[in-house]
Design a protein around this ligand. Structure first.
Ligand code: HEM
Length: 457
């Protein structure tokens, strides 16, 4: 990797000044304002592949409000994620998306500040804490799954979204999942994600989607910050109770403002991603009933009401199926960074303040690294095959480098806890020949919410 020694720009002073003169880098401009966005909404991965076929691994991309570089291929991801010369800022990359609502979150911190803040999560992801979360989530999952059997016209996406919201209220904040506080917090969370983030006009004007999101975020922040003293004094085993007790090098608690932002962002980072991953996995198991049976057999062999921490390792096929689902349908469809000084990406000299788009699915389906890449084949992750080991950045479903997903094991545990009960309660079928339109923007999921026929076992 070649980099410039040019001093780093004071990038935080110019959050909106992204570099747009990238005329030396080929690419597709698309429509005057929307750029390539309409193509990407229709067929996200197809549009990216078209760029690759025409221009290779680095090309110019105009995607609605953002213009920048589409960067593909594991070597380029290695350059950006490992960022040995501190060329790439996640904070600036997300300034015009997450930045509207989660400006102080962990993903929007760079370098030393990021490393320092990440310590907030230390105790909350230790094994003993995780055991506790698993016990909390099991009965909530059971309550939801049991209710599904009575529904006609059941849509899996809707069901799993509601389930995981209740799980989050309990596990992350220690709230009674059936109580009114959990309902209000969950609704506020939905308003931020589905209205605020989606609102095109980012102005605080009543009636606008963005405004609804801002009000909802203010409610979340107020609620969580008021809860801090109580959780700090109590002996709760929810996620928040661990986080608010964490201390810095000086033996002081982290400021409430940071804690509140980390906790509200955590819900954002955890919820839609796991909802998306499970929706794709269940869709794939509907389309591949032999794999559904194989996973059911694995679950039946454990044979108890709920799994415990020690049972997680007894589900290796489930592990592989989960990763295989994420390979084909990554929950985070695009990561972004922004250069903070001139540097090199691939063969191109890239100026400071250039937005870098990193969509994982391309690396996940490169023929050079995966055999029959479009096939759902969980066995590729195991035994003598282990195709994922051909390059450390060919699978980036959980990102890589300093910002690599901190909740990766939590997500896998949550997925196993859910799938264990779901597989043991129902056989599920998608329509014959089911091939829905796959939505990617704003959130990856089967476009029709995944209708399922459930048969109780
Ligand atoms: C299938 C589920 C999940 C997927 C696919 C996923 C994916 C990712 C990816 C790709 C990133 C990196 C973003 C970037 O570099 O720009 C990330 C970061 C992050 N994830 Fe996850 N995630 C999942 C679940 C979770 C869960 C359950 C939690 C929390 C319990 C979580 C918490 C976070 C946090 C806090 C970050 C930011 C880390 C940092 O900036 O240091 N994620 N995730």
């Amino acid at each position: 990797m070649t980099t410039s020694t040019t001093a780093m720009a004071d990038y935080t002073q110019a959050p909106d000044a992204t570099q747009e003169d990238l005329s030396h880098i080929p690419g597709l401009k698309g429509l005057p304002i929307a750029g390539r966005l309409p193509w990407m909404i229709k067929d996200f991965n197809g549009a990216i592949r078209e760029h690759y076929e025409k221009f290779g691994e680095v090309s110019f991309l105009h995607m609605g409000v953002s213009k920048g570089l589409l960067v593909l291929g594991p070597d380029n991801y290695k350059n950006v994620y490992l960022d040995m010369d501190r060329n790439f800022s996640a904070k600036m990359g997300y300034m015009n998306s997450l930045g509207f609502f989660y400006r102080r979150c962990i993903l929007m911190r760079d370098f030393e500040e990021h490393r320092y803040q990440r310590r907030v999560f230390q105790a909350a992801f230790k094994n003993d804490a995780m055991r506790g979360y698993l016990h909390m989530m099991n009965p909530i999952i059971q309550r939801h799954i049991n209710g599904w059997g009575q529904q006609s016209g059941f849509h899996f996406f809707t069901g799993i979204k509601e389930t995981l919201l209740d799980v989050a209220a309990k596990v992350f904040f220690g709230l009674d999942d059936l109580g009114s506080d959990a309902r209000k917090l969950n609704q506020a969370f939905i308003d931020v994600a589905e209205k605020g983030m989606m609102g095109l006009i980012k102005k605080r004007i009543p009636g606008l989607k963005y405004y609804t999101g801002v009000k909802a975020k203010e409610y979340m922040d107020g609620y969580i910050s008021k809860l801090i003293p109580e959780r700090r004094q109590g002996d709760g085993i929810d996620f928040m109770s661990y986080v608010v007790k964490e201390k810095n090098d000086q033996g002081e608690y982290f400021p409430d403002l940071d804690l509140t932002e980390h906790l509200t962002f955590l819900m954002f980072a955890a919820h839609d991603t796991t909802t998306s991953a499970l929706s794709h996995l269940v869709m794939l198991l509907g389309q591949n009933p032999e794999w559904q049976e194989r996973l059911r057999k694995e679950a039946m062999a454990i044979d108890k009401e709920f799994i415990d921490w020690d049972d997680l390792e007894k589900m290796p096929d489930m592990n592989n199926a989960f990763l295989e689902g994420l390979r084909l349908y990554p929950s985070v469809s695009m990561m972004t960074r922004r250069t903070i000084r001139p540097c090199k990406i691939g063969n191109f000299d890239v100026p400071a303040n250039t937005v870098v788009f990193l969509p994982p699915q391309f690396n996940h389906t490169m023929k050079q690294f995966w055999d029959e890449p479009m096939k759902f084949d969980p066995d590729r992750w195991t035994g003598s095959r282990q195709e994922q080991k051909r390059h450390p950045f060919q699978f980036v479903g959980f990102g890589g480098g300093a910002h690599k997903c901190i909740g990766m094991h939590f997500a896998q545990m949550n997925a196993k806890a859910f799938m264990y009960q779901f597989l043991r309660t129902y056989r599920f079928e998608t329509k014959p020949g089911y091939q829905p339109w796959m939505q990617v923007i704003p959130m990856p999921r089967p476009g029709d919410m995944l209708p399922l026929k459930l048969t109780r076992l």
